[in-house]
Design a protein around this ligand. Structure first.
Ligand code: ADP
Length: 394
C-alpha cells in the first residue's frame, strides 16, 4: 500500500510518499513558489536529490508534475500504485475530532472555517482540489491539527470572557500540533506497553506547544484560539496581556493587523534577543555571554517550565515528559536547562544520554521521579497512518 502525505501552503506543496508495509518514506519533496515567478521543485528518493526550476501556475500543475516525476524516476510504475492521499489540515473547528475521508461536505466545512485559519485552510483546500482533479478515483483523507485536542473539557477550552463570544463566534481554545502530540502519545504507548499514562508532550520547534495527555487523550494544550498562544516561540510571543495591543497601536501608529504581525513574526526569541529566531544561533551567542540573548533564552525556557509545572498539577503527576520537534529533538542545552529547572519535581537527566539526537531515547536517570524522553515526531507518517486506516475501514 502506498500513501502520499500532503501539506499544502498558499504557494507551496510538500509531500512524502510512504510504503505503508514498512512505514517507510520512498520519496519526499517540495514544490515552491507556485503561482509566483521562479517556481521549482525538489524530490528526494533513494539517497538522491532532484532539483529543477519549472513553471507552476497552480497547485494542480504541481500535482501533475509530481505524479509525472514519480513515474519518470521509476519511484512508482503507474498511478494505480497510489492507494490514498492524506492532507494536513490546520483547522477542523469543533466539528472534527478525528481524521475523515474527503467528501463535498468536508470541503465546504473547510472553506467555511477559513476565518479561523485564513492563511492555512484555503491553501489546504487548494491541495485537496488539485488532487481531486488529477486523481479523481483515489480516496483522500483529511487529518486535522486541531482534532486531537477535541477531548479537552469546557474548563480547559473556554476563555474567561463573555460566554456569547463562544456561543455566537466560536471563541475558545482549539489547540494545534495535534497530529504531532497524537504521534507522541502512540509512540509512548509502544514504549510503556500501556495506555493509562500521564504524559507531558513538548513539541518545541520554531512554533511550539505543550500538551497534557491522560490515558491517550489531550486534556489541555498551550496553543489556543490561534497558534499565537502559549509558550514563547521562534518569532511568536506566546501568551501576553492583550491590553498591550491597543497601547502599541497608538505608540507606533499601527493598525491591529500590523501589531498582530509583530506578535507573530517579530516577537519570541527574535523579538526579545533582537538577534535570531533560531535556537542554534541563540545558544552560540549565549556562549559569548550576550546578556540580552541570555535573557531571551531564559524566558523561553521559563515559559516551557511554567507549563510543564502547570500540567504536572493538572494531571496529578506525570509518568513521562517528552521532548520533540526541532529544538526538543536537537538542543542539548535547552533540554538540560528545562530539566534542571524541574529538579524540585524530582526530574533528573543523565547528561551523557542527553547528548543523544535524532532517535527515541530515555534521557532520565533511574532515580528520576518522572521519565524524560526524546522522541522524534513524524506528522507525515501519522497522516499516512490515519489515511490508510480510513481507506481500509471504508
Ligand atoms: P517548525 O515549527 O518550523 O516545524 P522545526 O520543528 O523544524 O520547526 O524546528 C525548527 C527549529 O529547531 C529551528 O528554528 C532551530 O531553532 C531548532 N533546531 C534545529 N536543529 C537544532 C539544533 N541542532 N540545535 C538547536 N536547535 C535546533
Amino acid at each position: 500500500m502506498k500513501i502520499i502525505s500532503i501539506n499544502t501552503g498558499s504557494s507551496s506543496l510538500k509531500f512524502s510518499l510512504f510504503d505503508m508495509k514498512e512505514e517507510k518514506v520512498i520519496a519526499s519533496g517540495l514544490f515552491e513558489r507556485i503561482g509566483i515567478e521562479g517556481s521549482s521543485y525538489t524530490i528526494k528518493f533513494n539517497g538522491e536529490k532532484l532539483q529543477q526550476e519549472i513553471e507552476l501556475n497552480t497547485h494542480t500543475d504541481a500535482v501533475k508534475v509530481l505524479l509525472e516525476k514519480l513515474i519518470d524516476l521509476e519511484i512508482i510504475k503507474s498511478l494505480e500504485e497510489i492507494d490514498g492521499v492524506g492532507h494536513r489540515i490546520v483547522h477542523g473547528k469543533d466539528k472534527y475530532s478525528e481524521s475523515v475521508l474527503v467528501n463535498d461536505t468536508v470541503i465546504s466545512d473547510l472553506e467555511e472555517y477559513k476565518e479561523f485559519a485564513p492563511l492555512h485552510n484555503p491553501a489546504n483546500v487548494l491541495g485537496i482540489r488539485a488532487f481531486k482533479e488529477v486523481l479523481p478515483n483515489v480516496p483522500m483523507a483529511v487529518v486535522f491539527d486541531t482534532a486531537f485536542h477535541q477531548t479537552m473539557d469546557e474548563e480547559a477550552y473556554l476563555y474567561p470572557v463573555p460566554y456569547k463570544w463562544y456561543k455566537e463566534y466560536g471563541v475558545r481554545k482549539y489547540g494545534f500540533h495535534g497530529t504531532s502530540h497524537k504521534y507522541i502519545a502512540n509512540a509512548m504507548k509502544d514504549i510503556l506497553g500501556r495506555e493509562d499514562f500521564k504524559l507531558i508532550s513538548c513539541h518545541i520547534g520554531n512554533g511550539g506547544s505543550i500538551c497534557a495527555i491522560k490515558d491517550m487523550k489531550s486534556i489541555d494544550t498551550t496553543m489556543g484560539f490561534t497558534p499565537l498562544a502559549g509558550i514563547m516561540m521562534g518569532t511568536r510571543s506566546g501568551d501576553i496581556d492583550p491590553s498591550i495591543i491597543p497601547y502599541v497601536m497608538e505608540k507606533e501608529g499601527k493598525n491591529v493587523g500590523e501589531v498582530l504581525d509583530d506578535l507573530n513574526k517579530s516577537s519570541g526569541l527574535l523579538g526579545m534577543s533582537e538577534f535570531s529566531s533560531d535556537m542554534r544561533d541563540i545558544v552560540s551567542k549565549c556562549d559569548e555571554g550576550d546578556e540580552q540573548v541570555l535573557t531571551a533564552r531564559g524566558k523561553y525556557v521559563r515559559r516551557i517550565v511554567d507549563y510543564i509545572a502547570q500540567y504536572y498539577v493538572l494531571l496529578g503527576g506525570a509518568d513521562a515528559i517528552v521532548f520533540t520537534a526541532g529544538v526538543g529533538e536537537n538542543s542539548v542545552p535547552i533540554r538540560r536547562e528545562v530539566c534542571e529547572r524541574l529538579a524540585c519535581l524530582g526530574v533528573k537527566i543523565d547528561l551523557d544520554l542527553n547528548n543523544g539526537r535524532g532517535e527515541t531515547l530515555k534521557i532520565s536517570t533511574d532515580d528520576s521521579k518522572i521519565d524524560v524522553y526524546i522522541v522524534p515526531t513524524d506528522e507525515e507518517l501519522m497522516i499516512a497512518r490515519d489515511t490508510l486506516n480510513l481507506i481500509k475501514n471504508r
